[in-house]
Design a protein around this ligand. Sequence first.
Ligand code: NAD
Length: 344
Amino acid sequence: MKNIKVGVIGCGIISNIHLDAIKKNKNAKLIVVCDKIIERAKIAANKYQCEYTDQVSDLLSLDLDVIHILTPHYTHYEIAKVVLESGKNCLLEKPMTINTQDALDLIKISDGNKNQKLGIVFQNRLNTTSQEIKNIIDNKTYGALKGIKASVTWLRDKDYYSHDDWRGKWATEGGGVLINQAIHTLDLIQWFGGEIDTISGSYGTYVLNDYIEVEDTATMIINFKNNSRGLLFATNNHATNSPIEIELVFEQGVLTLSDSKLYMKLNNQLKLLCEDNSGTGSKAYWGLGHEMLINNFYDSIINNENKYINAREAAQTIEILEKFYKYANQNLKIKIENTKEWSV
Ligand SMILES: NC(=O)c1ccc[n+]([C@@H]2O[C@H](COP(=O)([O-])OP(=O)(O)OC[C@H]3O[C@@H](n4cnc5c(N)ncnc54)[C@H](O)[C@@H]3O)[C@@H](O)[C@H]2O)c1
């Protein structure tokens, strides 16, 4: 079987999760890591036994099958663009970009080369519970879906935001709790709920005003074309990183995701359907699907399959977020386009 030759750009907090998964994949070989802070690249290279550099351009001329991009939000577009233009497959961390124009541009570039894949990291779609919810919706096991309610209540304080320059600023993070922490749950809501008609809601900075520009709390209402509704509450002002909670109301029962366990309430009886193998990792609240997502992406490259979240699918959250940040807080119903139908 073909060996996937891998490069990784960005050796910060998330990088160990990617590097561990690459190391475990029997079809992959890590060739090089890159960080503009050369010390970080060197530490990762020593730990994972590969070459290192502080220049993205060094990777472009190498014989690599895939490059992972794990850099701050504002750099995603520029780095993904040069990686795709070099003809390599690209696995890009969320959010895909910080505006829709850049997302469109990346779709255009990746659409232009049918042999090339651009995958976006929304690993929570691969959680056992997410897969079970999606099956129940698609099979109409409990009738039609009538509504979704979700909450992301985490803790990001002054220390978190002062650790790295790019966090907490519109220009570099592109937003706050919604684009960084709650984006996975927003993606799940739109994946479960289907095509969106309008959104509305509000956001603000209520606790962290002295340290950040971006929102620390948001409420979003999503009206789907099938007349069901999604409600999302997200805040970085909780006392801890609580597990994500989701409730889905069907014609014939209610599904609840709580503490990584999925329950069905039918005729007043609560039944455990499945649970995520969340382990004990300190970052379990991110979801633990990275390894599976990376394996699926490599399998897709080897077998020319589509077992990954492509740019058109991932762009839906960017379309929602850009419009929400622009028009929310004005009592408006904001019209949403279907990014899968975007012509580029
Ligand atoms: N999928 C998830 O659950 C998840 C979880 C955490 C972070 N993330 C995402 O991963 C990305 C990175 O997050 P992080 O927390 O690791 O950030 P970080 O700040 O800890 O790490 C980013 C690294 O990129 C390096 N870098 C910046 N610009 C560069 C450039 N031009 N060339 C080379 N290196 C450069 C920085 O020096 C830094 O070491 C973000 O997009 C974040 O949203 C995703």
